[in-house]
Design a protein around this ligand. Structure first.
Ligand code: LMR
Length: 394
């Protein structure tokens, strides 16, 4: 049987992670996988997470199963964090999932169950695993224009034109904030225009929100998701706690299915439970419990939000320092987009050969589409990267 197996395509981001590990150069710089790093290159456990974990060790009396949908308190806390009061709780079905990827996977499966003919429109580019999972599930992905290679902003005209090809029942995958991999985002007026197109076409938005708090702040980063959820008949939201709580390996995420017809909530909720049961039964609990404790405890929540704000501000500082250094070296404003982008990533818009040159000649690792993880930089590496960018001719 095993001899029938074929080699599967490697995930580009994870393959790069391995290449970086294998590179013996001491001067190498990792700007690949989307993991936050502080100025010393560490990915720390956040203070509030440590405190909640300590409390959990003391207080937790049982590791017995919780429920197929996870702890309802986790769903409530996350719904409040992401949606505020944009949608009534009676309209939201939710399930804890193993990370944001688990939520994305369950969302796609739910779409396929509900409407096997649905096509999923995805931004060009999008997180490569979106495409990989869709392909694995045999679902059709339709790219819509998103990144403008000239301005490095959003090609909004192209996006709206491509969404014109939607059919009723199609799904449009949107990044709630901090677009991965480009860092280029819509403003709220543009979001409203997208909503109008979706509603006119009878298409359903699916929002992937994995970086709330990394762009313009916890509230501002949720604004588009709230606007969408409050303006459409139905939508799906896949949320991750990996980045904003720094609980990457704990696999903590939530899938929400929101419908204006609250009569459908029970069957929607039941479907989410069924999908969890089929795929892994009970979702992981540790990260979700830690997140719940933080969200419910005023002091922990304040400390978590403060630390997240420091993380966000440090990334903004790195962005403007890099843009400034590149302006100095190039004598032009052509890298100004780096300070405009938001979130962990920016796409340089460089050819793959130049990205390869950065890796081979300078030991600088970024994803082949020229996505760089801003959080992988520090005061020492910014001048090195800037010089290398100019040297290779980007
Ligand atoms: C990334 O885009 O680098 C992260 O979301 C990590 C991953 O799983 O790909």
């Amino acid at each position: 049987m095993f001899s029938n197996l074929k080699e599967q395509p490697a995930d580009k981001i994870l393959a790069l992670m391995q290449m970086y590990k294998d590179d013996p150069r001491e001067t190498k710089i990792d700007l690949g996988v989307g993991v936050y790093k502080d100025a010393s290159g560490n990915t720390p456990v956040m203070r509030a997470v440590k405190a909640a974990e300590r409390r959990l060790v003391e207080e937790q009396e049982s590791k017995a199963y919780v429920g197929l949908l996870g702890d309802p308190a986790f769903s409530d806390g996350m719904i409040d964090l992401i949606l505020g009061d944009a949608v009534g709780r009676a309209n939201i079905a939710a399930a804890a999932t193993p990370g944001g990827t688990g939520a994305v996977r369950q969302a796609f499966e739910m779409i396929r169950l509900a409407n096997p003919d649905a096509r999923v429109f995805v931004s060009d580019p999008t997180w490569p695993n979106h495409l990989s999972i869709l392909k694995y599930l045999g679902m059709e992905a339709v790219p819509y224009r998103y990144f403008d290679g000239e301005t490095r902003g959003v090609n909004f005209g192209g996006m709206i034109e491509d969404l014109g090809g939607l059919r009723a029942g199609d799904v449009v995958l949107l990044h709630g904030c901090c677009h991965n991999p480009t860092g280029a985002n819509l403003n709220l007026t543009q979001w409203q225009e997208v909503i109008d197109v979706l509603n006119a076409k009878g298409a359903i938005p699916m929002i992937d929100i994995a970086y709330q708090g990394f762009g313009d702040g916890l509230q501002a980063d949720a604004a588009a998701t709230r606007l969408v959820a409050g303006s459409v008949p139905e939508c799906l939201i896949a949320a991750s706690c990996s980045k904003n709580f720094g609980v990457y390996r704990e696999r903590t995420g939530l899938l929400m299915a929101i419908g204006q017809d609250s009569g459908l909530r029970a069957v929607t909720q039941g479907t989410l439970a069924f999908l969890n049961r089929q795929n892994y039964s009970f979702p992981p609990d540790h990260g979700a419990r830690v997140v719940t404790m933080i969200l419910q405890d005023e002091a922990l929540r304040a400390d978590w939000a403060a630390e997240l704000e420091d993380v966000r501000n440090s990334m903004l500082g790195l962005r403007s320092d890099l843009a400034g250094e590149l302006q100095r070296l190039s004598g032009s404003d052509r890298f100004g987009f780096l300070a405009q982008h938001r979130g962990m990533f920016s796409r340089l818009g460089a050819a793959p050969e130049l990205v390869e040159k950065l890796r081979v000649e300078h030991g600088i690792y970024m994803v082949g589409d020229s996505r760089l993880n801003i959080a992988g930089l520090n005061a020492k590496t910014i001048p090195i990267l800037a010089k290398a960018i100019i040297d290779v001719g980007i």
